[in-house]
Write a protein that binds this ligand. Structure first.
Ligand SMILES: *Cc1c(COP(=O)(O)O)cnc(C)c1O
Length: 379
């Protein structure tokens, strides 16, 4: 296969990871790197420092990279941070919150779940009362942007309550870090999790954690897994200047370094956020004009991904709609909400308002159920 065929865009991914990456990010993977070599370790160290700089302006934070998809990193944080006599409270309003609870159950970590339902934000009064009454809860975890619906959770307000009661705070910022400005110190977060293939716009292959050093220092020997031992991974990276314990996704790491460089070139997180916002505004407005309805009210909606109700038309079928769009160069995402039928369109990745305009045109052309009904009327 020749290189141009490989690099050619078959379609734009409007999925929240993997997402559409630049040619530069893909090209960065053409070289081979040795996972045990100093040149490579220098790249790893630069990435670790950059992630901390993007996450906060406050001193006292460090970062760890972990092989696998984002879920592996979530599991490494929960499985290493919560001590044997600890208890986790998960605030959930979607599939990714539920997944954290599922991880805890599988690891036999005592867990309580506050499920506010997919359309509501976590209850702050309930959180306050629960932490007041239950001193056995040591850790609280929440998803920042719940990718199930696109809901943005009030991580800062939650953080204030968690810190008031002196508990450890874990934020799954998987689909928001790099795309929405945030400061870990303002969030009062102790562990913040994301991965290579979301808003930094790299390719899939590893996740990362930015954490307070003093919290990292406490978690030695707690891990319930060898390969997902966050402490050991951190200690090795710290003491051996960027070394991973086991084979690392070298090409992915090199591509991620390029993605970070391109983030700076774009103007940093603020500029990227502005682009994602512009994409999402155009998408939501355009889709509404075409007769679709957004699942969430605007005030809860993140600029990351938008869920739309399935059209209530007997001839609508997601798979056909998906294929029509794919044929026109756009891949969208099925729904994940349990209580209602929906589909989702992401606005992140190397995607610009011009792409969204072309998408809206493609959606218009792909609404074959409308045409069919017109034909039926005139039959
Ligand atoms: C993408 C994502 C994850 C991780 O999913 P993987 O498929 O394991 O990469 C976790 N939480 C949220 C909110 C996500 O968007």
């Amino acid at each position: 296969m020749n290189q141009d065929d490989l690099l050619e865009k078959r379609y734009i991914l409007l999925t929240p990871g993997p997402l559409t990456t630049t040619r530069g990010v893909k090209a960065a993977m053409l070289g081979d790197w040795c996972t045990w070599d100093d040149d490579y370790h220098r790249i790893v160290q630069a990435i670790r420092q950059k992630l901390v700089d993007l996450a906060t302006t406050t001193e006292g934070f460090s970062s760890v990279l972990m092989q696998g998809s984002g879920t592996f990193t979530v599991e490494s944080v929960l499985g290493t941070a919560v001590p044997a006599d600890g208890k986790l409270l998960v605030l959930s309003n979607g599939a990714y919150g539920q997944r954290m609870a599922q991880i805890a159950v599988r690891l036999r970590i005592p867990v309580e779940v506050h499920d506010s339902g997919e359309f509501a934000r976590p209850g702050l009064t309930l959180l306050r009362d629960t932490l007041q009454d239950d001193e056995t809860i040591t850790h609280v975890a929440v998803v920042h942007c719940e990718t199930t619906t696109g809901m943005l959770n009030p991580v800062e307000q939650i953080g204030q309550i968690v810190k008031h009661f002196g508990r450890v705070y874990v934020v799954d910022a998987m689909s928001s870090f790099g795309g929405i400005p945030m400061d870990m110190n303002a969030l009062a977060a102790d562990f913040l999790i994301s991965s290579s293939n979301k808003c930094i716009q790299g390719v899939p292959g590893f996740g990362f954690v930015i954490a307070r050093r003093e919290e990292l220092e406490k978690i030695k020997g707690r891990a319930r897994s060898l390969s997902l031992d966050l402490y050991d991974q951190w200690e090795t990276m710290e003491k051996q200047s960027g070394r991973w314990r086991f084979t690392s996704p070298t090409h992915v790491v090199r591509a991620f370094a390029e993605a970070l460089r391109e983030l700076d070139e774009e103007g940093g997180i603020e500029a990227r956020y502005a682009r994602y916002r512009a994409n999402q505004d155009l998408l939501a407005t355009g889709m509404e004009e075409l007769g679709f309805r957004c699942l969430l009210p605007r005030e809860c909606q993140s600029p990351i991904i938008t869920a739309f109700f399935t059209p209530r038309h007997p001839l609508y079928d997601f798979k056909s709609f998906y294929n029509e769009l794919k044929g026109r160069g756009f891949v969208i995402y099925p729904g994940k909400v349990t209580s209602t039928d929906s589909f989702r369109i992401g606005s992140i990745g190397n995607v610009f308002p011009g792409d969204i305009e072309r998408l809206l045109q493609a959606v218009r052309e792909s609404m074959t159920w409308e045409e069919q009904s017109v034909q039926e009327v005139f039959k």
